[in-house]
Design a binder for this molecule. Structure first.
Ligand SMILES: CSC[C@@H](O)[C@@H](O)C(=O)COP(=O)(O)O
Length: 366
């Protein structure tokens, strides 16, 4: 993996660069803006596993570009070894299990394999372009929703993890909404959960907000409910890694607790994610595989061990927020209102389904 340094801060998170993938190394920010050049499928898999590339849409796009790398590598005398490329695609797909965008994007790229490596690359780069357009549409829709649900001007927002342009090809999802509202002068302050253990909020979201000149403060994750209780939060905005058909949402660990606290305080809790994050094959969130990561992410901080040497750690990377705690899930195509689904069920005489036992999406949208 070749590592050029000192690239401009405007560098897109991912680009194709004639035979390689350029990826902003999200492990190095905010201290250093470093770009990795990934030339093999192994490089891409390692970048995804190590969170050099992270965020559901970004890892999907990296997976698709990885399939293109594989298709070129396994072409001999104009003939592609399809079995070898499919084996690489399977490795890419399973580099991280929770975000459905990864398997979705790899599948889409491999679908062009019969037409040759150039077609696979064209599909992957089209997906990069689409990502920007899709996120732009979701952001516009979500801005309208937030403006309609939050009366205070300027507003105080809270977010978790990083859902900005680093986590996508461009624009971002929930953070894209916050930055757009900030650009319109409508944001008093953003509280940014630091997002233990890998600090995507403190490192990446804070960096993106600073770049966009949107006022923010970082808080420890456990301060968020207290901030809500003190009236410091008008709306919570987060992204998603996988959304089941009924609207249950898997996202960065800590999201579920935020949703409970927001419900307790009557604060809108809004999820912004592209349609590619929906997994309608899953009736509800109980079927979502939650990635469990290395205990060392918890037992050490900045390379220094902080626990007794033999301490174990529970380190799920994601949790599942039940749909009934979510005000709205906004994509480029729809505003899905889980609470409205429940209201319809109650009005029709059937009791709202329990968090662990819900049926298929009813399609109530606004
Ligand atoms: C637009 S990104 C949405 C999600 O992928 C994001 O909130 C998140 O949970 C990312 O987790 P990460 O482990 O950093 O890849």
């Amino acid at each position: 993996m070749n590592v050029p340094v000192d690239v401009p801060v405007e560098q897109p998170s991912l680009t194709w660069d004639g035979g390689g993938v350029l990826a902003v190394d999200q492990r190095a920010l905010p201290g250093e803006t470093r770009v990795l050049r990934l030339e093999t499928v192994d490089d891409v898999v390692e970048a995804i596993r190590s969170l050099a590339i992270r965020g559901a849409p970004a890892i999907g796009l990296a997976g698709a570009l990885g399939v293109a790398l594989s298709a070129y590598r396994h072409r001999l005398d104009g003939v592609v070894d399809e079995a070898a490329v499919r084996a690489d695609a399977a490795r890419l797909s399973s580099a991280r299990p929770t975000a459905v965008n990864l398997a979705w994007a790899v599948k889409r790229a491999i679908g062009r394999l019969a037409a040759g490596p150039d077609a696979v690359l064209a599909e992957a780069t089209a997906m990069l372009d689409e990502d920007a357009a899709v996120n732009g549409a979701a952001v516009a829709r979500a801005c309208e929703l937030v403006l309609s649900r939050v009366p205070r001007r300027p507003m105080r927002l809270l977010t978790h993890c990083n859902t900005g342009r680093l986590a996508t090809a461009a624009v971002g999802t929930a953070l894209g909404v916050i930055i757009e509202l900030g650009r319109r002068g409508l944001v008093h302050e953003v509280l940014v959960d630091e997002t233990r253990p890998l600090l995507q909020g403190a490192r990446l979201t804070a960096w993106e907000l600073g770049q966009a000149s949107v006022p923010y403060r970082v808080c420890v994750d456990s301060a968020a409910p207290a901030a809500m209780a003190q009236g410091l939060v008008d709306c919570v905005l987060v992204g998603a890694d996988r959304i089941a058909a009924n609207g249950d949402v898997a996202n960065k660990i800590g999201t579920y607790g935020l949703a409970i606290a927001a419900a307790r305080h009557g604060i809108p809790f809004v999820v912004v994610a592209p349609e590619s994050t929906w997994d309608r094959a899953l009736a509800d969130g109980s079927g979502i595989v939650i990635e469990e990561r290395d205990p060392a992410e918890v037992t050490a901080f900045a390379g220094v061990v902080t626990t007794p040497a033999d301490a174990g750690a529970y380190n799920p990377a994601f949790d599942v927020t039940p749909a009934d705690l979510i005000t709205a899930i906004v994509s480029e195509d729809q505003v899905f209102l889980p609470a409205a689904v429940q209201a319809v069920q109650v009005a029709q005489g059937s009791p709202p389904q329990a968090a662990t036992d819900r049926g298929a999406r009813s399609g109530v949208t606004a």
